[in-house]
Design a protein around this ligand. Sequence first.
Ligand SMILES: [Zn+2]
Length: 557
Amino acid sequence: MTAERSAGSGEGNPKAGTGQALARKWRPRRFEELVGQEHVVRALTNALRQNRLHHAWLLTGTRGVGKTTLARIMAKALNCETGITATPCGVCSACTEIDAGRFVDLLELDAASNTQVDSMRELLERALYAPSSGRFKVYIIDEVHMLSRSAFSAMLKTLEEPPAHVKFILATTDPQKVPVTVLSRCLQFNLKQIPAPEIHTRLAQILEAEGVAFESAALNLIARAAQGSLRDGLSLLDQAIAHGAGRVDEKSVRAMLGTVDQSYLLAILDALSRCDGPRILAIADEMQARSLDFEIALQELAALLHRVALSQTIPDAMVADAGEQASLASLAAALAPEDVQLYYQIAVQGRSDLPLAPDEYAGFTMPLLRMLAFAPQGSAPRPSRAAEPSAAPARRSGSASGAPLEPAAAGPADDLLLKDGLQPAAWRRLVAGLKLGGMACMLAEHSELVGWDGERLQLVVPEAHRHLLERPYRERLQAALEAHHQRKLRLEFTLGAMNGNTPAEQQDQERQARQRRAIEAIEGDPFVRELVEGFDARVADDSIRPLESGESRQAGG
Ligand SMILES: [Zn+2]
């Protein structure tokens, strides 16, 4: 499993930047140097101090969290010439020989390695003999779940009547595969995955001690890529030093890890918060032109959305450098928390759909378009969201001061609804008065009222907005309607054909009508007309889509 276990040759003084150097050089030699395993260390050091020694320990945890490192420190604690201690001296011959991997009474076995399987049983049978120089004969058996049946029975024999001079320190990534007969005779400790911030801190300490220049953002990338394993973090750091020719900067680490420049993803989310579809596609095109990996991009987009969600909900939990902090804060303010949740879902789903996509570009842009489809309309007035007190801070996007809004306040709205039944305008006013936010608001705005009998509302949602029918959104809309009507209601949703009368469509039609009127007004303006005719000028109304396409605005006809 691990390379460093291979043999007991001397360690020398490896220089940073070569192979496994840092992981070996900075391997913890004392309990207090272990990162992220305080709970286990406390239990073990207390036991050592009080001389309450079990004869077998089982250390569990994923790879690279420090199981065998901890086991070696235990071996020193048991055999240090200063006595059984929680603080082995590190200088006596037992300590130094254990550190160097050549202490005769320490037998390190790797059950995952085929070469050792044959001798395993024999070695375990030899446990009965007294130690030759140490206080205890210590067996460290890594990946113990992979021992052969005969080796297990040899070990079990020793565990059942343990000689006072034998200690077993077993380690495994898969405790479920260890026989119960063995488990029941071990004191078990679970080592945790090391959180990225702790890995970051440790890497920074090591680089400072090594005198290697680094950028904090680069260590963020490495700490995340290490996925809970400090050993992997250190290997990556070694590579990064070699890759960056002696320094660790974000750009070369990103290239090394194949990660996507965060600025693209930040720009995508920013464009999304403004509902700027063309900009999103332009960014995707640029990413394609630079042959960035779209699968990694989707993965990192999800990771970024996770950090945005964190900074919205538990800002104190964030560990980010100043630059990232600022970007995250502005995204956290620009995006509603429920949208962040949804975009995250879409990004994760998009990544798993990627192998099925016609090509990588489609597989990457489709989820972005889906996010855009669900993004609150940038130009549409969204009174309900703004009015919701608990909602995220106001969006930068949108045109709060833009189009005037039809009177939205409820008042007699539901009476109208009750009497006249299917008044699209009444449904729209009712929705606007509900003070809904986020996805529930989207659901209401994209629903068309097709039936109402005083108790049951029948709503149709277009196929394109099927995702709005998630239960939480339906329930929130129902709760808001019930609160508004002060009684129980039934909501029935169907997917299907529409008459174009959802509140969102009405708003859209009105917006288009306003634009049409604006264009007409401009073209009808005598001053503008004069300019057009006198100077062969052209009214630049491209930004507001021309609606009557047949009509030429070119002067001089
Ligand atoms: Zn010692």
